[in-house]
Design a protein around this ligand. Sequence first.
Ligand code: MG
Ligand code: MG
Length: 271
Amino acid sequence: MTKHVPDKELYLKSDAEIALMRRAGHLLQRIIREVTETVQPGVTTLELDRLAFQRIKEAKAIPGFLGLYDFPNTLCISVNEEIVHGIPSRRKLVEGDIVSIDCGLILEDFFADTAYTVPVGRISQEAQRLLDVTRQSLYAGISAIRPGGRVGDIGAAVEKVVHAAGYHCTEGYTGHGVGRHLHEKPDVPNDSKRVGMRLQPGMTLAIEPMVNLGTSKTRKLKDDWTVVTADGSLSAHFEHTVAITRDGVEILTLDEELEKENKRHGAIVSA
Ligand code: MG
Ligand code: MG
């Protein structure tokens, strides 16, 4: 989930707090892996939502999106031209769709937030390329984190990959700091327009490029949640929660199995 961040102070996490966020991140990766593995033609987006809800409850964690800003579900599920904040429904996924699954949970008072876009059965080459480029832009953003660098370095690296492919970063939506709240300071834009805050150990960030095939422009559906591309072109979304430590950067939501699968599809995997 992505929102403009209200004016809260920057809160740097201690090593102990990052350890808690790591636990939340690892739980979340296991759950999102099971959800993405369940994606196939004929499955409804509501079935995926229920699975995530059940697994989060079994782990004695709390769904991070459910009820937040009055969002009605556990997952944001956005299909094809839907970019983010799609509401799970009885819609059946069909072969050739791409489906973005965004999940947040709270474990021991700390949030983790991650998103993947996965194919439903066989997809077009164009759709696969969009998934590959969006995933690569996420890892480029993460790899741009340097001690003494700026938050804007992340967006600049994301944008470079996206523009080189001829695609568009979604206008008006950003990543964010994450921790005791889903949305904390700083905003993490997916463009090079702002220099941003200095990167420092203890920052925990949700980095989340949203990439569209045809335009950066969006509109919102009547449900007042679902954001779609203005031209109806496909969109993809990948997100990790990362921690900046004295040693560098750690992806708290990294799932080795899922990443291996991603790598087979030609993604760059760093960290
Ligand atoms: Mg998210
Ligand atoms: Mg997010």
